[in-house]
Design a protein around this ligand. Structure first.
Ligand code: PLP
Length: 437
């Protein structure tokens, strides 16, 4: 353990019950492959790729080496009016994976920053085309787009919004896509494509010419894997095309092979105008996010400015940080060399079999899944949402498996390097815990 500590007071932990945690901490001191080791020495299997971040498994030597070498050669360089080679190389490598003409990559340092950047790009795109009236943004109930002001405003998770004031003006939300009749759907549900017509209703009532962008996660991840109904994303694309609205896919969770294709848009056959990425871009090793814009969006904005003028007054001190770029390039090398997206696709059926076998547990009320991403809902204990889930966080950890809890929903997304025996073991532990919850 490199940094032993007995004093937990000063780290104000995010999305955590700080006082409760500090009484009984759950610290992890090591990670290798699909396993972690806790500070008390017990093994924890990684059933959620950290936080959807680490498809290639923990502590990859190739990434560590690349970052180490980059830090020795060039540890920092601003990306404003200057640059360094790794940034251009990573952008080129990302472009090789993205669909159609989504070719231009703007780097940020997290999913949340990527979202803020994407929203600004959308508004700027319309503005430079003389459509500055397009300022409305359309999000979706239960969507998660990070925690910054733009992100929580377009997001639809009540707990993330309710205490922080009004948020951005001009934001409207489509209904979420969970439907009772779709319970226990494996892959894309049959019902609910018509929910995309909420976007049409906003066009009718507000005027389509006032809407800049519609943003959705292709599969809503953080709230518990809501797979889009068949035809839903296609309908959103159609309305956006008819109304001149930019379609933004937030691929922060679904990007880089999670659904067996490079990006979820490719799996569903729908191409957005703008895409956000983060997490698996560096296998979670160094913070990094990004926005990938279509040629139309990039060229419209850049060509609207004089040749020597800055086109987009936006950027972060750490945009395209050399260490993150090195980690990104090494990560994409691993994905390619180890054929990990193919492995993800090949494991889908086996993983979903195990996931849907959870249906036998009495307290499980719904299961959803696609690719290597899935979730099951548990009935609230004594009718109070969240109590069972709160207990589950501790019980899963103590039993030796890391999952993501949202309320009473258990989310799983194993690393692509997990083999069948690993998946079996993860679900054995999960099943054992659920049986006692
Ligand atoms: N968008 C989506 C779809 C996410 O799932 C997340 C995080 O889970 C974010 C954005 C925010 O990313 P970050 O936590 O890196 O800011």
């Amino acid at each position: 353990m490199r940094y032993p500590t007995n004093d937990l007071e000063n780290h104000w932990m995010p999305f955590t019950a700080n006082r409760d945690f500090k009484k009984n901490p759950r610290l992890v001191v090591e990670g290798k492959g699909v396993h972690y080791t806790s500070h008390t020495g017990h093994d924890i299997m990684d059933a959620v790729s950290g936080l959807f971040c680490c498809p290639a498994g923990q502590s990859r030597q190739e990434i560590a080496d690349a970052v180490y070498e980059q830090m020795q050669e060039l540890a920092y360089m601003p990306s404003f009016q200057h640059g360094h080679p790794a940034a251009f190389e990573l952008a080129r490598r990302v472009k090789n994976l993205t669909p159609e003409d989504l070719d231009y990559v703007f780097f940020a340092n997290s999913g949340s920053e990527a979202i803020e950047t994407a929203l600004k790009i959308a508004i700027l795109y319309h503005r430079v085309r003389g459509e500055g009236q397009r300022q409305r943004l359309v999000g979706r109930e239960r969507g998660y787009h990070g925690v910054n002001f733009g992100g929580f405003s377009i997001g639809g998770i009540v707990r993330n919004r309710e205490m922080y004031g009004l948020g951005l003006p001009g934001v409207v939300h489509m209904r979420h896509t969970w439907l009772e009749e779709n319970r226990f759907s494996r892959g894309q549900p049959e019902n609910g494509a018509e929910l995309a017509n909420d976007l049409q209703r906003f066009c009718d009532i507000h005027g389509g010419e006032t809407i800049a962008a519609c943003i959705v996660e292709p599969v809503a991840g953080s709230i518990g894997c809501y797979v889009p109904p068949k035809g839903y994303l296609e309908r959103l694309r159609e309305i956006c095309d008819e109304q001149g609205i930019l379609l933004i896919f937030d691929e922060v969770i679904t990007g880089f092979g999670r659904l067996g294709e490079n990006f979820a848009g490719q799996r569903f056959g729908v191409t957005p105008d703008i895409m956000t990425i983060a997490k698996a871009l560096t296998n979670g090793s160094i913070p990094m996010g990004g926005v990938v814009a279509s040629e139309k969006v990039y060229k419209t904005i850049t060509e609207a400015a004089p040749e020597t003028g800055i086109e987009f007054f936006h950027g972060y001190t750490y945009s395209a940080h050399p260490a993150a770029c090195a980690a990104g390039i090494a990560t994409l090398d691993i994905y390619e060399n180890d054929g990990l997206f193919k492995k993800s696709a090949e494991m889908e059926d086996y993983f979903l079999d195990q996931l849907f076998a959870m249906r036998d547990a009495d307290i499980v009320t719904d299961i959803r899944g696609i690719g290597l991403l899935g979730a099951f809902d548990m009935a609230p204990r004594d009718g109070t949402p969240g109590v069972r889930g709160g207990q589950a966080v501790k019980d899963f950890y103590n039993a030796g498996v890391l999952v993501k809890m949202t309320g009473d929903t258990v989310i799983v997304a194993p690393p692509f390097v997990a083999d069948k025996a690993d998946i079996d073991k993860m679900f054995d532990i999960i099943r054992g815990v659920v049986a006692k919850l």
